[in-house]
Design a binder for this molecule. Structure first.
Ligand code: IPM
Ligand code: MG
Length: 355
């Protein structure tokens, strides 16, 4: 089982180091190879996703990814910015299905900004389409407007588009996932305004005909944003496009107490996957040793489950995370009075020990 380890920038290196130690503690034959990605790769090779890194990722069964991005690269031309590395990996490996489970651990009910009764027992799964939509749609760019409100003015544009097969395959992923859970899918769109998302709604409805045992609900994205903080437990599986999924998954992370707790899996049609925390590189706290490594450690558990077929090892990691939370250990983002504040490294140590 070969794992490409791509720590990236900012806190990426700190949190991935802990996840790697957790993986090494398991009694599994894992071959891990590390490479630079994002701003770190740009600094070393002049490109955020060098060929060598992409080749390593393609050859691996799974990729453990940290985070990319740093303010100092924000003024580079877009193709050279760190974010292009993760977008390039998603596109090149065809990682179209992004799973972002938002689970509120009993021990962290108090860490959320929402009322405990709203989130206690929360277990929802956001499935975000990851290789289409306005993120990748062509054409895009800048030009001089020839029509619109200000003909002759400088303007910028992106293209929102989805093809039938793209919607069909993510809809199948969502219905199949729901079958293993509470059999309810909420498809989030903006069909009242956007052509792309009326089509999305039509195609999802057609695919649903193959899953009569699963309940399907359609919801506009603005309402979904509201319902997520009003009655989050009413959701089971949420399926949506790339852009809406980006936004709603950050919102959902706050239901769990901290985005530092939210893992993710991005899979292609052969179950090769990239596993990363849903949060970013947090350059403001990088190097301080205070970042929460649990989202990355939980992402490693998802990797064992989905790409490496090691369900038992995945459950061991998840139980170990529960155990350290039970012991009252908290990184700064989930700290509350009466618990013990620990560093990134100490949290990793505790999970290793619990294993
Ligand atoms: C995410 C991130 C990325 C995205 C960025 C870093 C390109 O926000 O994985 O949610 O927008 O998809
Ligand atoms: Mg995001």
């Amino acid at each position: 089982m070969k794992i490409a380890v791509l720590p990236g920038d900012g806190i990426g290196t700190e949190i991935v180091a802990e996840a790697v130690r957790v993986l090494q503690t398991l009694d599994l034959k894992l071959e891990m190879e590390t490479a630079l990605v994002g701003g770190a790769a740009y600094a070393a090779y002049g490109h955020p996703l060098p060929d060598s890194t992409l080749t390593l990722a393609k050859q691996a069964d799974a990729i453990l990814f940290g985070a990319v991005g740093d303010w100092k690269y924000d003024t580079l031309d877009r193709p050279l910015r760190p974010e292009q590395a993760i977008l390039g990996l998603r596109k090149n490996l065809g990682l179209f299905a992004n799973f972002r489970p938002a689970i509120c651990y009993e021990q962290l009910v108090g860490a959320s900004s929402l009322k405990p009764e709203l989130i206690a027992g929360l277990d929802i799964l956001i499935i975000r389409e990851l290789t289409g939509d306005i993120y990748f749609g062509q054409p895009r760019g800048r030009r001089t407007a020839t029509d619109g409100h200000f003909p002759g003015a400088e303007e910028a544009f992106d293209t929102m588009r989805y093809s039938r097969p793209e919607i069909e395959r993510i809809a199948h992923v969502a219905f199949q996932a729901a079958r293993k859970r509470n059999k309810k899918v909420t498809s989030v769109d903006k069909a009242n305004v956007l052509e792309t998302f009326q089509f999305w709604r039509d195609v999802v409805t057609q695919v649903h005909a193959e899953y009569p045992d699963v309940e399907l609900q359609h919801m506009y994205v603005d309402n979904a944003a509201m319902q997520l903080v009003k009655a989050p437990k009413a959701f089971d599986v949420v399926v949506t496009g790339n852009m809406f999924g980006d936004i709603l998954s950050d919102e959902a992370s706050m239901l769990t107490g901290s985005i530092g707790m939210l893992p993710s899996a991005s899979l292609n049609s052969t179950n090769q996957g990239l596993y990363e925390p849903s949060h970013g590189s947090a350059p403001d706290i990088a190097g301080k040793g205070i970042a929460n490594p649990l989202a990355t450690i939980l992402s490693a558990a998802m990797m064992l489950r989905f790409s490496l077929n090691q369900e038992e090892a995945a459950q061991r990691i998840e139980a170990a995370v529960q155990k350290v939370l039970q012991q009252g250990l908290r990184t700064a983002d989930i700290y509350s009075a009466g618990t013990t504040r620990v560093s990134t490294r100490e949290m990793g140590d505790a999970v290793v020990k619990a294993l």
